[in-house]
Design a protein. Structure first.
Lengths: 71, 161
């Protein structure tokens, strides 16, 4: 039986490297989602995530600074 | 704001000879790896250094981890000074590697890469197998999550089952 790439990732055979990766903590649903994108879209998504995380970090820093000023 | 995709796209548009390695390559293969820098292995011919510098210069590259007060001039002759550079640029961090441990230099990598379309520009990224070899050779604990992703991607694209 030839399973699709998505089937292999989402339902790994016991003892497989995919199963080991799941055990390690890798979220296979994210890999499946990424594989549905083009390589260009995958890299653009990386940039978007990093920029979002940086915005959140900046907002947290700003909030902490404001709190310290009040306290 | 980083735009590593655009940096890579510009390099390809200028026909710079380079192969994407590291986190962006894992990402390109479908990994969920998130990275803040673009690592490339590049050809060190004079012509290529000039093309590479021509793309990076407008992005105002500065060496990372060095005081901003120190004078730094970036042009193609800067790239003649050594094989490896870690730059911060207006579009994000860009690391230039003359060679990759366990694989070799650009000429070795180019035969172990796949070509993908970056919005109209063919762009080379290191193959899953060679990324695994490189990360195993590096032997760094921080590479373990990326290796697990690569093992899973490699197994998922294998024939059979």
């Amino acid at each position: 039986m030839n399973r699709t790439r998505e089937e292999k990732l989402l339902n790994p055979r016991p003892g497989s490297k995919i199963a080991a990766a799941v055990e390690y903590g890798i979220d296979m649903t994210q890999l499946v989602e990424n594989l549905r994108l083009t390589p260009a879209e995958r890299v653009r998504r990386n940039d978007e995530v990093v920029n979002s995380v940086r915005k959140i970090a900046a907002a947290v820093s700003k909030a902490k600074a404001a709190k310290a000023k009040i306290g | 704001m980083i735009d590593l995709f655009e940096v890579a796209r510009r390099l390809s548009a200028a026909e710079v000879e380079f192969v994407i390695v590291g986190g962006i390559a894992i990402r390109g293969h479908g990994g969920n790896y998130i990275t803040e820098d673009l690592d490339i292995c590049y050809s060190r011919t004079r012509d290529n250094l000039k093309k590479l510098a021509g793309v990076l210069a407008p992005l105002e590259p500065k060496p990372r981890g060095i005081s901003k007060e120190l004078p730094f001039v970036f042009d193609w002759t800067t790239l003649q000074q050594g094989p490896n550079f870690t730059f911060e640029t207006l579009m994000g961090d860009v690391d230039l590697l003359g060679e990759v441990k366990g694989i070799g230099g650009y000429d070795d990598l180019v035969t172990k890469s796949i070509t993908v379309d970056f919005e109209g520009f063919p762009t080379k990224i290191l193959s899953i197998h060679s990324l695994i070899v490189a990360k195993q050779a590096a032997g760094r604990p921080k590479d373990q999550p990326g290796l697990q992703v690569l093992y899973a991607l490699q197994e998922s694209e294998a024939e059979g089952e």
